[in-house]
Design a protein around this ligand. Structure first.
Ligand code: CA
Length: 240
């Protein structure tokens, strides 16, 4: 069955081009030209993914995102952001957007991200079903972490982690495919009252990578430049 993508974008030319391209790829699309209409359309129908512009008339994009997330934790949302709006990107990711592309974007890049996010949504759904039996067991692809036994494995390879590395990985695994800023990771893993440098996060990510991804073809811990980190299977590098 075709997947349904909602485009919330006030620039009609961009919205139309997106619609044409997506329908050519076999998706079913809907367009809303303002934040308010976007939210109404979102709630009226079932959507598999949302493309959300941030600068919108009516309700601003971030407010649309906040309300979508309040209704539905799972639907992938990809932000369409202007260049030089790092704050908006970070705010959007903090509010639970899954990904973003910067305008002007390459259609191929956007299509690759749409495919990746739709694929991960399906994958997570399958895992949710498997995980019902054991809520302390976290899975990501071939990576498993048991919260109580503190056992971490990649396939059959046992991985020894320090307590801090373990907590960091646990946090990443509880939010797969979600970009987490250094500040978020500091708050969640080091505690709210940690006043140290945020580069302690970079250091620990490096340790984790060595243990998790070293010598593996599929890397799971990704850097989102200028923003933070995400647990996500690496997809082919797309040129900007
Ligand atoms: Ca706009």
């Amino acid at each position: 069955m075709s997947e349904r993508i909602l485009i919330i974008e006030d620039e009609e030319n961009i919205a139309r081009v997106l619609q044409l391209e997506l329908e050519f790829e076999g998706y079913i699309t809907g367009i809303a030209y303002s934040g308010t209409d976007g939210l109404i359309t979102y709630r009226e129908q079932e959507w598999d993914l949302v493309l959300l512009d941030l600068m919108l008339p009516g309700l601003p994009g971030l407010d649309v995102l906040r309300r979508i997330r309040a209704d539905d934790r799972a639907v992938p949302v990809i932000l369409l952001t202007a260049k030089n709006s790092v704050e908006d990107k970070v705010a959007g990711l903090d509010l639970g957007a899954n990904d973003y592309v910067t305008k002007p974007f390459q259609m191929e890049e956007l299509l690759a991200r749409i495919r990746a996010n739709l694929r991960m949504k399906k994958h997570e759904h399958n895992h949710e079903v498997e995980e019902v039996d054991d809520k302390f067991n976290h899975l990501y692809r071939d990576l498993t972490l048991h919260e109580q036994t503190r056992e971490v494995k990649r396939k059959e390879r046992k991985i020894d982690l320090t307590p801090r590395e373990f907590d960091l990985l646990l946090h990443l695994m509880k939010h797969p495919n979600q970009v987490l800023s250094r500040e978020q990771l500091l708050d969640s893993v080091w505690g709210y009252h940690y006043y140290g440098e945020t580069n302690v996060v970079d250091v620990y990510i490096r340790y984790l990578r060595k243990k998790i991804d070293f010598n593996e073809t599929h890397k799971y811990i990704q850097t989102v430049r200028g923003v933070g980190y995400v647990l996500k299977e690496q997809i082919d590098e797309v040129k900007n």
